[in-house]
Design a protein around this ligand. Structure first.
Ligand SMILES: Cc1cc2nc3c(=O)[nH]c(=O)nc-3n(C[C@H](O)[C@H](O)[C@H](O)COP(=O)(O)OP(=O)(O)OC[C@H]3O[C@@H](n4cnc5c(N)ncnc54)[C@H](O)[C@@H]3O)c2cc1C
Ligand code: SF4
Length: 273
């Protein structure tokens, strides 16, 4: 395997991007992802916060400590992973992390591995999705993406600028991808406008170093309040309003997540005042 270290966007030419490597390295090690060329993008992707613009190379550790970053995003970063991982983890890599579905990680031939069925739907799915789960029932693991979705963040790539919501798609039979990024498209930065108030609440197995079972981000701006959830659907999930929780379609053993989501949404809105 070769490792390339480009210093400008013009030098990009295929290969698998790697930033902090906290996700890519385990996937390569376990044979879930294969690559002949790894492209270390740390010399290309901006890092740091300038006004409302956040370089996709900024680490979660840097974001959690930066007072200019909206509360919801800072808290989502603070509650993610472990201090060591947050020091390595880039914002861009976090948004593009793969599902934690144990069947997928164990290479069961499920739909996301181009197979015919969802093993979780028929099997063990206590931590799986309660929305958008009819084709794939995985639960999106990014706290950060939910916070940015509530904050109505925008993503700038090497090819376009889109709302964060447009970065993700629910997989279906015709197209099993979970994001709309094209091969070779690199996320450069994320833009967020400062909200009047925002918050992020997270239910997890342990108090530290645990993926969200349910994460709830809420942000109040002049235009109203946006609520977005982590850990409840294959992609970060935007609610139309608090009552939208009742439209969940839980699997037999994920109904408990609806209760947790309902309670956290109520608490998050109370925090916003
Ligand atoms: C044990 C553990 C616990 C964790 N807990 C949490 C948690 O509680 N909450 C949470 O939100 N996350 C959690 N994470 C996820 C962690 O935050 C991500 O692994 C990390 O943010 C990925 O960043 P990275 O720079 O290491 O990405 P990499 O591993 O380098 O890359 C990840 C993916 O993104 C692609 N990529 C990287 N940068 C770019 C870019 N700029 N443009 C386009 N593609 C890019 C890579 O090709 C790859 O597909 C956890 C991870 C681990 C291993
Ligand atoms: S939830 Fe998705 S990733 Fe998990 S087994 Fe089902 S299709 Fe595969």
């Amino acid at each position: 395997m070769e490792l390339l270290r480009p210093s400008s966007v013009d030098e990009l030419d295929g290969g698998l991007f790697i930033h902090g490597g906290t996700e890519v390295v385990p996937l390569l090690r376990d044979g879930i992802v294969r690559a002949e060329t790894l492209v270390d993008v740390r010399g290309v992707v901006p890092r740091g916060v300038t006004g409302g613009r956040i370089g996709a190379g900024t680490t979660l550790a840097e974001l959690e400590a930066d007072a200019r970053v909206p509360d919801a995003l800072r808290e989502a970063c603070r509650l993610a992973a472990s201090p060591q991982l947050r020091n390595m983890s880039s914002l861009g890599g976090n948004l593009l992390q793969s599902t934690r579905c144990w069947y997928w990680r164990l290479k069961f031939p499920c739909r996301l591995h181009d197979g015919e069925r969802c093993h979780a739907a028929d099997g063990e799915h206590r931590e799986h999705a309660i929305f958008g789960n009819d084709y794939c029932a995985s639960a999106h693991p990014s706290d950060v993406a939910a916070a940015l979705l509530a904050l109505d963040g925008r993503v700038r790539t090497t090819r376009r600028e889109i709302a964060l919501a447009e970065l993700y798609r629910l997989p279906d039979e015709a197209d099993r991808r979970m994001t709309t990024l094209e091969p070779g498209e690199l996320i450069l930065e994320v833009e967020v406008q400062p909200p009047a108030a925002s918050t992020y609440l997270k239910a997890m197995d342990r108090k530290r170093w645990s993926f969200p079972q349910v994460g709830v981000a809420a942000a109040r701006t002049g235009g109203g309040t946006r609520i977005a959830l982590a850990g409840v659907a294959p992609v970060p999930w935007l609610l139309d309003g608090p009552e939208d929780v009742e439209r969940a379609t839980p699997l037999p053993r994920t109904a408990w997540k609806v209760d947790v989501a309902r309670a956290l949404v109520r608490r998050a809105l109370a925090e916003l005042g």
